[in-house]
Design a protein around this ligand. Structure first.
Ligand code: IPE
Ligand code: IPE
Ligand code: MG
Ligand code: MG
Ligand code: MG
Length: 308
């Protein structure tokens, strides 16, 4: 970032507009059969969400000198996995939430079976985008990226974290167990967003100088991913439904263990701040005259201060 470069707000808006366009293009048109499924996929993905995962991929990509036209495609794959996880998360068999991104949840607007299939189809489409032949010059590197997203989404990542979440209703988890759950259900996909952005550049091809960058990015991603879910827990207990765009107080109503129930609000906030400080600490060492980690720090600030 140099003098005269866009403010964080302007930069974020640009990224959000470009991810929206990429998603609108890659999702099948609502007129294509089966129309109802395609309508529901577009409903679940487009016109909502903070696009934090896309912002993270772009910031990491910029730091590593990646081509943004490649990063936006990778980011669209992650955002589709994320949107699918939200569609399923809201279903009656999971959190049973009627509101998402300020609109009726996908299963409320459509129906349960359609919502189930939306998740299935979004997951397939995400991997189709990520494995497109023209996405990366280095097929070996691209294969590693497909693996990374698969692991981050699967039973040792997001889906596994969701399973632990459901099994933890009414259970008094230790802080360590809660951290394990959060690192999986939310942290894994956030970590993947950062690394996939970086892997769009040559930085993914390991040599000595790149190892330091990747390790700082990985450290940042793990800590900010956990901070993200601590803040999500705090917002669930403190935010109002209109601002959140999803039902507030849902965790307490469902008797879910969260950072707020385990630590209380004040200690949960302190923990989020510690995680934030820890996340950005190694980034300072990466700055050089050409590229800065400023965007990653600005995203971390946003994650901490966000109203929803
Ligand atoms: C909400 O994620 C679900 C969690 C993983 C905590 P976001 O807060 O990123 O949701 P959107 O994409 O902005 O709606
Ligand atoms: C959801 O966590 C995480 C995933 C969707 C993987 P939550 O259940 O806390 O998310 P919200 O609060 O409904 O967005
Ligand atoms: Mg949930
Ligand atoms: Mg939920
Ligand atoms: Mg939540």
């Amino acid at each position: 970032m140099t003098e005269g470069s866009p403010t964080f707000g302007q930069w974020a808006q640009q990224v959000q507009a470009s991810i929206e366009e990429a998603l609108a293009q890659v999702l099948p048109a609502a007129q294509i059969a089966p129309q109802r499924l395609h309508q529901a996929m577009r409903y679940a993905v487009l016109g909502g969400g903070k696009r934090i995962r896309a912002l993270l991929a772009h910031a990491a990509g910029e730091l590593c000198g990646a081509d943004p036209t490649k990063v936006v495609r990778v980011a669209s794959a992650v955002e589709m996995i994320h949107a699918y996880s939200l569609v399923h998360d809201d279903m009656p068999c999971m959190d049973d939430d009627d509101l998402r991104r300020g609109k009726p949840s996908c299963h409320k607007e459509f129906d349960d079976a359609t919502a189930l299939l939306v998740g299935d189809a979004l997951q397939s489409l995400a991997f189709s985008v990520l494995s497109s032949a023209d996405l990366h010059d280095d097929p070996q590197q691209q294969l590693q990226m497909v693996q990374l997203l698969a692991q981050a989404s699967g039973s040792r990542g997001m889906a596994g974290g969701q399973a632990i979440d459901l099994a933890s209703v009414g259970v008094a988890l230790t802080q360590e167990q809660l951290e394990f759950m959060h690192l999986h259900k939310t942290g894994a996909l956030i970590r993947a967003s950062v690394l996939l952005g970086a892997y769009c550049s040559d930085k993914g091809r390991s040599n000595k100088s790149d190892a330091a960058t990747l390790s700082a990015l990985d450290h940042y991603a793990k800590h900010i991913g956990l901070a993200f879910q601590v803040i999500d827990d705090i917002l669930d207990s403190e935010g109002d439904t209109a601002t959140l765009g999803k039902t507030s107080g849902k965790d307490q109503d469902a008797n879910k263990p969260t950072y707020v129930t385990i630590l209380g609000l004040s200690r949960a906030r302190t923990l989020a701040t510690e995680l934030y400080e820890n996340a950005i600490q190694p980034l300072a060492g990466l700055d050089n005259n050409l590229r800065h980690s400023t965007r990653l720090i600005q995203i971390a600030d946003y994650i901490m201060q966000r109203p929803y």
